[in-house]
Design a protein. Structure first.
Length: 764
């Protein structure tokens, strides 16, 4: 009997799945996408009904070959990639690659793993479905939209601003939100206002505070000290009496179980995790964690979901757990059902633990600290959502003092309910200090209508209105979701991209746009109003959902989009302002001519230059402080360098020792006529045959990772990430060996691919 072949995305899942399927199945991983649109060209034939030109992703040739080989030994092939649009596309691509050969009676099945547990895996395998073409079409449409926007707008930005910039259908709208918030803050006009509080004593303790809010039954605003003093003079000699003491029970309901966006928000608020980190940790918890003798187990359900639906089995387990651990009073009469958004795709459950009985404490020994914290958050949120509300006894006391009315609000917890386990954090909001309803924690004495009160102190306070807070990762995710921009599964990538492109800075856990972010946003808003329109982007998401539901053809949507997009594109190529020469204006003045300094971009990055160029050629390097403010880096005098005693091998001049970004090196003293440089002490010899070059330490584009290459490049293309050592190979006499670390063992290995010599030199 031939085995079934199950193909999943991640190799991390294989061990978890094999544990439950046993030897009846061969399980392989595609390592994500195997084919994609080409990197160096658009890959979309717009004139041929948006046909797509796919190519095998570099490095995936071996994966495809391996899958084809394994498929020969299987009658049934199960496509078990992630249960979302991207996963569906990967399954289609695998199906198409394997179907290029004759099927020979092979049957393809689509299986959806909502959780990697025994039940979740066996249920999916025993009830397979078929590939969903509508879901695949929705993924293709999103991919083409993003490709068209990115590959057609980005070159215009390269031409008009600087090379390397990118525009994105969703990322550019996210940057726009951040820029608009920053403009709100900059343009915010602070307003003064006052509050008047009175410390009062009743016949019973405790002393409490009440605030003036009415005059003759109408709410008042105290705008300045003069008004405050006038009110104080009027009420100081008045009698204070309770008009009404209203008591009511206030209920606070638990938050719904996590969906992708709320998990990202809450992990940012409570744990200070980035969206990217949250999703990486959640992926690991879903794919499976080794639990000692129990083996690998998926601890949570699938983490890319916008549905708050919960299975009846999971809810029943939670209710039983609540009763046993917390008692009947914490358990609602009926299971709590949460209504999702109208736009939610209900294919998945909410994010929850696969078993409520795997408490955070019971699995802590098997998790790293961050994974434990996230699992603890998910577990508590799920269990608390099925618990009774918290109850408060709230008292609102209205007090008279002549023509003026005062109010005090206090509450006492009557029953802790779900808060015994979990409470949701909130984003920072603008609140006025005179918002009495927001202050409900005060403990009040027992008060009845007509009670006389004694004023002990009058406390006037000056306040100023506050600008809106900058976006944090949590509040930006919330804003994107509320406005219907993108999908929660894409938010982590969006926030990483806009930081890497230097459109924004993330300072003190807040997003601040850079000058480049403002500039690019302004240019895009002016030239591509539809692409940068929040409503347009939101409507596009709804139309993608219509394709997924089979209500609209994908090529029809793309045709409608491209018609207006092409018109904007053609105009922008001509009309978009070029700022390459002009630069981005700053608020700094040139110390030589008092003109404005601007940010320009050169081959070594951004720098400050005088806007009065070429009349004034003043320039400066600069950095930014922790708040994004530009700090000029003072120029250092040019060092001639000290003689090294060596001669230039190109022109015969003296070589001098100079200091560069990555340490000391030798440079020709005849610079700039001769630009020869080389490492100090000559460097190690290149191991390539018939090459007399030396190895030079270089750095990757962003300067983060060193590598070693021959100084005869491009004639010699030897390169290695491993550090070379001056030691001959004992087998082939190579002039160097390379340091390698394998499983914490430090080895020396021959660089010659035809030689297998290696030796251990120490354990680390």
């Amino acid at each position: 009997m031939k085995k079934g072949l199950l193909i999943v995305e991640s190799p991390a899942k294989i061990k978890t799945i094999k544990k439950y399927l046993g030897d009846d199945f061969d399980v392989a991983a595609s390592m994500g996408h195997i084919i994609d649109l080409p990197k160096k060209r658009i890959g979309v034939d717009i004139d041929n009904n948006f046909s797509l030109e796919y190519e095998v992703i570099e490095g995936k040739e071996k994966v495809i070959k391996d899958l084809i080989s394994r498929a020969k030994n299987a009658d049934d092939i199960y496509l078990g990639t992630d249960p979302d649009r991207e996963g569906e596309a990967i399954s289609w691509h695998i199906y198409e690659e394997l179907s290029k050969k004759k099927k020979n009676g092979k049957t393809f099945h689509r299986v959806l793993f909502k959780e990697l547990t025994s039940k979740g895996i066996l249920d999916a395998i025993n009830s397979p479905g078929t590939l969903n073409e509508n879901l695949y079409n929705a993924q293709k449409t999103r991919r083409v939209l993003d490709r068209l926007v990115g590959y057609e707008i980005s070159p215009i930005l390269w031409q008009k601003v600087k090379a390397g910039l990118s525009a994105g259908r969703v990322q550019s709208v996210a940057v726009r939100l951040i820029c608009e918030r920053e403009n709100e803050i900059k343009n915010f006009v602070q307003e003064e206002y006052w509050t008047i509080e009175v410390k009062l004593q009743a016949k019973n303790p405790p002393v409490f505070i009440s605030r003036v809010i009415y005059k003759n039954g109408k709410k008042i605003e105290i705008k300045n000290e003069k008004q405050s003093n006038a009110i104080l003079s009027e009420i100081k000699d008045k009698e204070f009496a309770v008009i009404k003491a209203q008591k009511k029970e206030k209920k606070r309901n638990p938050a719904p179980p996590f969906i992708t966006s709320t998990l990202q928000q809450e992990a940012a608020r409570k744990l200070y995790f980035s969206a990217k980190k949250t999703m990486t940790l959640a992926q690991n918890l879903y794919e499976g964690i080794e639990l000692g003798d129990e083996g690998p187990v998926g601890l949570i359900t699938y983490m890319r979901t916008d549905s708050t639906r919960l299975s009846a089995e999971a809810v029943n387990d939670a209710r039983g757990f609540i009763t046993s651990r917390y008692g009947e009073k914490y358990l609602p009469d009926k299971p709590v059902v949460y209504k999702g958004k109208a736009s939610a795709q209900d294919a998945h459950e909410a994010i929850r633990p696969t078993s409520i009985h795997r408490t955070p404490e019971s699995v802590r020994a098997f998790l790293d600290n961050d994974s434990y914290k996230l699992y603890d958050l998910i577990w508590k949120r799920f269990l608390s959502c099925q618990m009774n509300p918290a109850l408060y006894n709230q008292t609102i006391v209205d007090i008279s003092a002549g023509d003026y009315g005062l109010r005090s609000t206090g509450s006492i917890m009557k029953f802790d309910g779900f808060t015994v386990l979990y409470t949701e954090d909130k984003d920072e909001e603008r609140k006025r200090a005179d918002d009495v309803e927001a202050e409900g924690d005060m403990t009040l004495p027992v008060l009845e209508s007509g009670d006389q009160l004694t004023p002990l102190d009058f406390i006037p306070k000056q306040h100023f209105t506050q600008p809106p807070p900058r976006y944090t990762e949590a509040s930006l995710v919330k804003a994107l979701e509320e406005k219907g921009i993108g999908r929660p599964s894409t938010y982590a990538a969006i926030m990483s991209n806009i930081r890497e492109r230097e459109y924004v800075l993330y300072v003190e856990k807040q997003f601040r746009p850079t000058e480049l972010g403002f500039l690019v946003t302004d240019l895009l808003v002016k030239n591509f109003p539809n692409i940068l329109d929040v409503h347009f982007t939101s409507e596009m998401e709804k139309e993608l959902d219509e394709i997924e539901d089979g209500q609209r053809k994908w090529t029809e949507l793309l045709g409608s989009f491209y018609e207006s997009f092409k018109m904007e594109l053609d105009k922008a190529k001509i009309q978009m302002e070029s700022v390459k020469a002009k630069g981005i204006e700053t608020d700094l003045n040139c110390e030589k001519c008092q003109s404005k300094m601007v940010i320009r971009y050169g081959k070594n990055g951004e720098f400050l230059a005088c806007s009065n160029y070429p009349q004034c050629k003043n320039t400066h390097n600069f950095t930014r402080d922790e708040k994004g403010k530009i700090i000029i880096v003072e120029k250092k005098p040019v060092e001639k360098g000290e003689l090294s005693g060596e001669k230039c091998d190109l022109c015969g001049s003296d070589m001098v020792i100079k200091k560069g970004k990555y340490g000391e090196f030798l440079a020709c003293s005849a610079y700039p006529d001769c630009k020869n440089t080389r490492p100090i002490n000559g460097g190690l010899p290149c191991p390539e045959k018939d090459c007399d070059g030396i190895l030079i330490k270089r750095f990757s584009k962003k300067g983060r990772k060193p590598f070693y290459g021959c100084n005869k490049y491009p004639n010699c293309k030897f390169v290695t990430w491993d550090e070379p050592v001056a030691e001959n190979c004992q087998d082939c006499n190579s002039p160097i060996l390379l340091k390698k670390i394998t499983k914490s063992i430090l080895k020396l290995k021959c660089p010659n691919p035809e030689c297998n010599f290696e030796k251990n030199i120490q354990s680390e």
